[in-house]
Structure formats: C-alpha cells, structure tokens
Design a protein. Sequence first.
Length: 127
Amino acid sequence: MSSESIDTATGSETASETGIAVTERAVKEFRHIIQEKGLPVDTAMRLSVKGGGCAGFSYQIDLDRNPADEFDLELRTHGARVLVDMKSEFYMHGTTIDFNDSLMSRGFTFKNPTASGTCGCGDSFSI
C-alpha cells in the first residue's frame, strides 16, 4: 500500500505520518454509507478507541461532519477525510482499517500490530 501525499492546502497529514492506514476498499464502503444517508461528500470517517469490549478496548467508526479540532489528527487517504483524536491514535498507531465483504463476514476490519490480544469477533483488543 502506498502512502498518500500531504495535502498542503489543508495541512492534513498522511497515513504514514499518523501511523494509521485506511485501505481503498474501506474508503469505498465509507463513501457508500455517506451516499446512502444523504450526507455531504466531505463527511469524515472518525476513528476512535473506547474502553470496553471483551478484550478491554473497542474500535469505533463514526460519521463526522465537523471540522477537526485541536485534539484531532486529520488525514486524507484515497480522497476521503479521516479524523482520529490524539489519544485514540496512540492505541491505533500502525493499524490498517480495511473492509471485508465475504460470505462469512461483512464489515470493517482492524489490523493493529500493537494489540497484544483480541477477542473472537475482532472488534475489541488489549495492549
């Protein structure tokens, strides 16, 4: 996977600078969700980590129409705007977000190299 270039007009960071990568397949599905909900195309994919889940922490993806604030990192990847708060980025550094659409499962997947354990569903992890 190649990293995106810095968007000098907005000052957005790239996936390689934040340590988080979002695949083209995940962005395509995210754009499909935005279109289905009738939201503006500049709606951001907000990534975060919350306490909870069977392994201690869980991943969350939300729709965010607001601009980044001082606690957010913003990146552009495959033409999409992605926001992650600095605390969540600490737990997600090195993570790749993808989208799986197979007969056995459908949904966003997280490959986090810093996770020391995960649950069976893949939605929660421990460090």
